[in-house]
Design a protein around this ligand. Structure first.
Ligand SMILES: NC(=O)c1ccc[n+]([C@@H]2O[C@H](COP(=O)([O-])OP(=O)(O)OC[C@H]3O[C@@H](n4cnc5c(N)ncnc54)[C@H](O)[C@@H]3O)[C@@H](O)[C@H]2O)c1
Length: 268
């Protein structure tokens, strides 16, 4: 492996690491030499993931909407591993009920809006604030925020989720700007659709076809596609990259409007 991609000796916190993209990132990071703390509201699932990696992984219960649990989590990581070099802010408010309630603003309930903002923005801010002194002490601290392609374009629904992810893109630039001279980089990855186990279970086939028709690549994303980007941005190979949002969506967001109709017109 190219040496700068190595994460040997580094300690990473991965929020929401009990499944999906976070879990794939843990596998990759441990494979590249890191020790990881899996901070998740679902302790049993986090422990099941940690069990695969022996002394290299530690599961910690943390709820992004509970400030004390976040503070306890960071203290525990430092007590256990002695340092923090990488923070992957990856957890998000989840659940079919929340997705179903995430309407257009005209039909948005205040509670739904607040749940997304409390979890994704307030929670991520607190994790970042608590981890920052340790990332600075690392001398080469790196934060990677998982945002979403939905933060970059308007949609008919999902107005709360997409607004939180857009706010996280701005947090990424702000943290990168304020802490760059203190040795901390902060970047984001914006996935398009990623067929995690949870997403794949309930994803409507008609919507999957729609996404594929609009994607220049002939596939939608897999968790490891995103994990590769996170591990790169967290590594010294990305030492001159900060404040950026890397879009990993197979090209769904980069093309002319009506892409699928143009493909049909040109017989492709
Ligand atoms: N899967 C996709 O299509 C997709 C697309 C774009 C962006 N993303 C983003 O990628 C990230 C990971 O998504 P995923 O699809 O792997 O999700 P996932 O549902 O598999 O994992 C999310 C994790 O967050 C945890 N979590 C939920 N609420 C929490 C809370 N309050 N405190 C702590 N942990 C909590 C869950 O237990 C879960 O383990 C998210 O930020 C998501 O917004 C996903």
């Amino acid at each position: 492996m190219y040496k700068a991609l190595s994460l040997e000796g580094k300690v990473a916190i991965i929020t929401g690491g009990a499944g999906g993209i976070g879990q794939a990132t843990i596998e990759l990071m441990v494979g590249r030499g890191a020790r990881v703390a899996i901070a998740d509201i679902a302790l049993d699932r986090a422990q099941a993931v940690a069990a695969k990696y022996g002394d290299s992984a530690l599961a910690i219960e943390m709820d992004l909407t509970d400030e004390d649990s976040i503070k306890r989590m960071v203290v525990r990581v430092v007590e256990h591993f002695g340092r923090i070099d990488i923070l992957h802010n990856n957890a998000t408010a989840v659940g079919q009920h929340l997705v179903a309630a995430d309407n257009a603003i005209g039909e948005m309930s205040t509670d739904t809006w607040d749940t997304f903002f409390d979890t994704n923005c307030r929670g991520t801010m607190i994790v970042t604030r608590e981890a920052l002194p340790h990332l600075i002490a690392s001398g080469a601290g790196a934060i990677v925020n998982t945002v979403s392609g939905m933060a970059l374009q308007g949609n008919i629904r999902f107005h709360a989720y997409s607004a939180t992810k857009a706010a996280m893109i701005q947090m990424t630039r702000a943290v990168a700007t304020a802490y760059g001279r203190k040795g901390v980089r902060c970047n984001a990855v914006a996935p398009g659709l990623v067929l995690t186990e949870t997403v794949a279970k309930d994803f409507p086939p008609a919507m999957l076809k729609l996404v594929l028709d609009e994607t220049p690549r002939d596939r939608v994303g897999a968790p490891h596609d995103i994990a590769e980007v996170v591990a790169f941005l967290a590594s010294d190979a990305a030492r001159n990259i900060t404040g950026q949002t890397l879009v990993a969506d197979g090209g769904v967001s980069i093309h002319i409007p009506g892409f699928s109709a143009y493909r049909e017109f040109f017989g492709e």
